[in-house]
Design a protein around this ligand. Structure first.
Ligand SMILES: CC(=O)[C@@H](O)[C@H](O)COP(=O)(O)O
Ligand SMILES: NCC(=O)COP(=O)(O)O
Length: 249
């Protein structure tokens, strides 16, 4: 039997937005997303993601400040391409910023950033963030048109939106996986470090983790949900194990 090739290790970034969602539902001081982030980092999360939404529905400005003060791992600030968010990021200086689309009415991020349609604004935001020493990622769909536009923007990283893969099944899901794998190869060849995320969970993570060019997966909702049953350290450990096993590591 042919032996499976072991791929390079893959990093898990943990998004703690939904710890804050629970807190904001009642306006209590608990649960604390920063405490959850410390627990995730201690269990092997390579980075912590928070999405500071314009409507502040979950993570708050003070959470980001506290997180940056204590996090032992790099913080990845997801943000819309607005002057308010760029100013906040430049002031707080997280290690990473990921530019994402945002729509007030959405329940969660519904697709990738339209870099091709907003090239000047994205390029300007990338320039300001890079000048502040922040490594920028563009959160985009696996669409060659977006890749072409991203090449003009000066961001070193791309995060592929995996929401459609996560939300579909059968042939549609297989086609989406193939599209993402092909896109990841092209993106890496174009010089980007390739990440992926959105809607990933223990049931669907393995095929995504097997894509050699993807070096980081950012996962939040399913890990926070799992943590309710088994605790954050075990939830992170389970996800890391699933990713490393898929990788053959
Ligand atoms: C950009 C992305 O795919 C997710 O991280 C999403 O932005 C999480 O934000 P919500 O927790 O508000 O859905
Ligand atoms: N960028 C994706 C992310 O941070 C986590 O998304 P989700 O797992 O909460 O859907």
């Amino acid at each position: 039997m042919a032996k499976k090739r072991a791929l390079s290790p893959i990093r898990l970034g943990v998004n703690v937005d939904h710890v804050a969602t629970l807190r904001q539902a009642r306006g209590t001081p608990y649960p604390d997303p920063v405490e959850a982030a410390l627990s995730a980092a201690a269990a092997g999360a390579a980075s912590i993601t928070v999405h500071l939404r314009e409507d502040r529905r979950h993570i708050q400005d003070h959470d980001v400040q506290r997180l940056l003060a204590v996090s032992p791992v790099p913080v990845n600030l997801e943000m819309a391409v607005t002057s308010e968010m760029v100013a906040i990021a430049c002031k707080l200086k997280p290690a990473y910023a990921c530019l994402v689309p945002e729509r007030r009415e959405e329940v969660t991020t519904e697709g990738g950033l339209d870099v091709a349609g907003n090239r000047d604004a994205v390029r300007a935001a990338c320039a300001r963030l890079s000048q502040a020493g922040i490594a920028v990622a563009l959160f985009i769909d696996a669409d060659p048109r977006q890749l072409k536009a991203a090449r003009d923007c000066g961001a070193p990283h791309l995060e592929i939106h995996t929401g459609r893969y996560a939300d579909t099944r059968g042939k549609t899901q297989a086609a989406e996986l193939a599209r993402i794998a092909q896109f990841a190869r092209r993106a890496q060849r174009a010089g980007f470090e390739v990440h992926a995320g959105h809607g990933l969970n223990l049931d669907n993570v393995a095929p995504m983790a097997r894509i050699a060019e993807i070096v980081e997966l950012n996962i939040g909702h399913s890990i926070v949900a799992d943590a309710l049953a088994v605790g954050m350290p075990a939830a992170v450990a389970r996800m890391r194990r699933a990713m490393q096993e898929a990788r053959g590591a």
